[in-house]
Design a binder for this molecule. Structure first.
Ligand code: COA
Length: 225
């Protein structure tokens, strides 16, 4: 898969947004496969090993983890006006239909809407790149993460490994629902149609004849037993 081409095709998703406390942050699609400031930010994340063993405790493992992510994913950074990295999201293609998603907001910036904005931008990216599903494993006890995933359209699909649950965002269904939401409303329920010719035929026949026919059918069914 040509990740460089995928990255440049979603470049125009870069934009600004406002946090719940009124700060303006930029969302920027990363084009480079090396980003020293992101490595430094993960090395400074406190406490390390706080969500699903991440960021890795040992520095060299942490540096390799970030380098591997940069090489294999499509990344968006949320930066303050002073260029501090406040949050990071990425999608990692699994195959042509499915990708995995990661989202991290640095503790001093949590709970002001950055995580939600990042998840939404990963969903937009995945949609633009024609993925059908985004999958992720999340710790069952990580209720804040599970809340934002559910808010953005992810559903729990199964228990993952250990304490993890797997969640999936079905982009095809979400697209179909979005289209359906713009269709004109369905007319109120009607009685089932009666073909006019049949209606006319039955209206013209004496009721007793119809009843006899039915009795006859019941009789022959009884004899056949
Ligand atoms: C999970 C994480 C990405 C969320 O990002 P964030 O910027 O803090 O989230 P937001 O501010 O956009 O949204 C937080 C939402 O959770 C809600 N929330 C806060 N604490 C909560 C809790 N304990 N339980 C449930 N919901 C909670 C908030 O009310 C808010 O919801 P609302 O906008 O509907 O009111 C961030 O906390 C984080 O990076 N944590 C560490 C890394 C991590 O766990 N990543 C996920 C790995 S799967």
């Amino acid at each position: 898969m040509d990740l460089a081409a995928l990255r440049s095709s979603v470049d125009r998703l870069s934009r600004e947004f406002a946090t719940k406390d009124g700060r303006r942050l930029s969302l920027e699609v990363l084009q480079a496969e090396v980003d020293r400031p992101l490595v430094e930010r993960y090395l400074a994340f406190q406490p390390r090993n706080s969500f699903q063993g991440l960021p890795p405790l040992k520095d060299e493992v942490c540096v390799k983890w970030v380098a591997d992510m940069l090489r294999t994913g499509i990344h968006v950074l949320a930066r303050t006006r002073e260029a501090t990295i406040a949050g990071h999201t990425a999608i990692f293609p699994i195959d042509h239909r499915k990708c995995e998603m990661l989202v991290v907001v640095w503790p001093e910036f949590q709970n002001i809407g950055i995580g939600t904005a990042l998840v939404q931008s990963s969903i937009k990216m995945a949609r633009q790149l024609h993925f059908e599903r985004i999958w992720l494993p999340v710790d069952a006890t990580n209720s804040r993460a599970r809340h934002i995933y559910a808010k953005c359209g992810f559903e729990k699909v199964s228990r993952g490994q250990g304490r993890e649950v797997d969640m999936v965002c079905d982009l095809v269904r979400a697209e179909a629902e979005k289209i359906a939401a713009h269709l004109p409303p369905v007319p109120p329920a009607m009685t089932p149609p009666v073909f006019p010719s049949k209606q006319r035929r039955e209206a013209g026949r004496p009721k007793v004849l119809v009843v006899r026919e039915c009795l006859g059918q019941a009789k022959s069914a009884h004899h056949a037993e």
